[in-house]
Design a binder for this molecule. Sequence first.
Ligand code: SF4
Ligand code: SF4
Length: 147
Amino acid sequence: MIDLKNKDYVVVVQCHIVKERCSGYNCERAFNERTGGFAAYPKDKAYRMLNLTCGGCCGRATHRKLSNLIRRINKAEGITKDRIVVQLSSCITKDNFHAPPCPHLDYLKRLIAKLDLDVREDTYIDKKSEMRRKAGLYNTNTGENKQ
Ligand code: SF4
Ligand code: SF4
């Protein structure tokens, strides 16, 4: 269990392909309102937040980007990696109308684990999509989305 009260810095990693057309607004709003994947974060604590993308398939750049952050933030501000938490965006972790979860999700988590960073899943959770997921309407086995 990750103790979010002891974290100060949240890194939201988003899908590079999706971010070609998405501003990331819904992720930012979910964080600001502490909803969806951010519901467990205490509302009364101020966190720093950084968004970055995985760099494109297969997501390997995530390791380079996070490792750069770890080095720089420690050198500049003395912030250690135990105070950082990585949050994988819902477009990486969740099945939705557009696509199944990232095919490299486990690989991404392994890259982050190699850096000894805590990682969590989900950011913005759309109510309608969540309802459809629960009802099994996104059929990733056949590739059919039953609308
Ligand atoms: S979860 Fe939604 S808002 Fe966040 S980056 Fe993905 S598509 Fe954009
Ligand atoms: S590795 Fe996953 S998260 Fe990154 S661009 Fe490819 S599909 Fe998106």
